[in-house]
Design a protein around this ligand. Structure first.
Ligand code: MG
Length: 248
């Protein structure tokens, strides 16, 4: 069931979204060679608590940290730890905060120092595909219009669009209906309506779309060990078009 949000609920979601966006910024500013993913997670964790919010990810399904930090060929769900970031790495941070019962959810991939032109292209293409998806998040459209917009945006690059993991509704639960795939057919899927709030999150690989899950049960890597990028915003469908909730 898709849960629509009224205006007072949307106001809370804007706050949750802003805190999530600030937490992502706090993490992104720490991405540089020599820093561990655990240090980044700690700073994000402390920031979210300082905003009278709760990290959405901490304990979710048993996840042991407040942010997913996924380096290079890790697509999503990287567990922060002793891994030291090196020059040229790309670092995806996915973080959400719950404020007065409502979640925000967002992600971005950050460069550590100077990255390869190929990696830069992957980051730029993935970010662009997110915004193409958001543009299609219009009242009366269908979820497939968002999916197709992301897919069309990536197609010219020949990058792999992850299929095993998809975007989702967001609200009182971090993951609600509907699913929002990053590939699909225009005009298909649930109809978008005013009051819907969804997280759009393309995960794009430099190589094929195939992924593997490591034995820790969380870490998702590209099957061919190619680089992967991830950008995400929580978005509200409004009468005046899509509104990005996870905005600074
Ligand atoms: Mg998400």
């Amino acid at each position: 069931m898709i849960v629509l949000k009224n205006s007072s609920e949307l106001a809370l979601m804007r706050i949750a979204g802003r805190i999530s966006a600030q937490a992502l910024q706090v993490g992104g500013e720490m991405v540089r060679p020599g820093v561990t993913t655990r240090q980044i997670n700690q700073k994000i964790h402390n920031f979210i608590l300082s905003q009278d919010a709760i990290p959405s990810f901490l304990g979710y399904g048993g996840f042991p940290a407040s942010a997913c930090i996924s380096v290079n060929d890790t697509v999503i769900h990287g567990i922060p730890g002793d891994e030291v970031i090196e020059e040229g790495d790309i670092v995806s941070i996915d973080v959400g905060a719950v404020y007065k019962g409502f979640h925000g959810d967002n992600a971005a991939t950050f460069p550590a120092g100077k990255i390869s032109p190929e990696a830069q292209k992957l980051l730029d293409a993935t970010r662009e595909s997110l915004y193409k998806g958001i543009e299609a998040a219009v009242n009366g459209n269908r979820v497939g219009d968002i999916s197709a917009a992301v897919e069309r945006s990536i197609e010219p690059y020949g990058f792999g669009i992850v299929r095993k993991f998809v975007g989702h509704g967001v609200g009182k639960e971090m993951h609600e209906s509907p699913e929002v795939p990053n590939y699909g057919v225009p005009g298909r899927g649930p109809r978008l309506a005013v009051g819907m709030t969804i997280a759009i999150e393309p995960m794009i690989n430099l190589g094929t779309h195939d992924v593997k899950i490591l034995s820790d049960g969380w870490t998702v890597k590209t099957a061919d060990n190619s680089l992967s990028a991830h950008f995400e915003h929580s978005v509200a469908i409004t009468e005046n078009g899509p509104v990005i909730l996870t905005k600074l």
